[in-house]
Write a protein that binds this ligand. Structure first.
Ligand SMILES: [Zn+2]
Length: 68
């Protein structure tokens, strides 16, 4: 098992040495790491299950108004 382990940057696919010389591993650079983090943050907004204002505007959820 000689040699250094090399991984591919998940963002751009560049070869990244798995060692102290690659502080942003598995990413090749801080830029790629930031891009990936941003992608995850955007995914958060796509997760279903959160109530949206439209849900509260559903007429079926509004109780009928009593008439005099
Ligand atoms: Zn990269």
């Amino acid at each position: 098992m000689a040699g250094k382990r090399v991984v591919n940057c998940p963002q751009c696919g560049a070869s990244v040495a798995w060692g102290p010389e690659s502080p942003y591993r598995p990413f090749c650079s801080e830029r790629c790491r930031q891009i990936d983090l941003g992608a995850w943050a955007n995914e958060e907004y796509k997760v279903p299950g959160h109530a949206s204002p439209e849900d509260f505007a559903d007429p079926a959820l509004i109780p009928p108004t009593p008439r005099e």
